[in-house]
Design a protein around this ligand. Structure first.
Ligand SMILES: [Zn+2]
Length: 89
């Protein structure tokens, strides 16, 4: 395999990896496009880490997560409708 072919093969592999990372991110509810560019500019490894630590953005607005049972409840709720946890705020 001559030099240019090796570079092109590496670039294609790199792009595929970025795509896989973006796919993994979108599965987790994290912006796939954002993670794709992070992977592209830094490395797919960084992209995986960022995707893994990012909080999902698909949580409906006006809701919060109960710290006790992890169910999604309305922001205005004073008591969790699932486990009756009392919210302090
Ligand atoms: Zn709860």
């Amino acid at each position: 395999m001559d030099e240019p072919t090796a570079i092109i093969s590496f670039l294609i592999l790199y792009l595929v990896l970025c795509g896989l990372v973006a796919f993994y991110a979108s599965k987790r509810g994290v912006s796939g496009a954002g993670i794709f560019f992070v992977s592209l500019f830094f490395s797919p490894l960084i992209g995986v880490i960022v995707a893994a630590v990012s909080k999902p953005t698909n949580q409906p607005s006006g809701t919060k997560k109960c710290p006790d049972c992890a169910e999604t409840v309305k922001v205005e709720a004073a008591v969790c409708r699932f486990c009756h946890h009392k919210f302090s705020n």
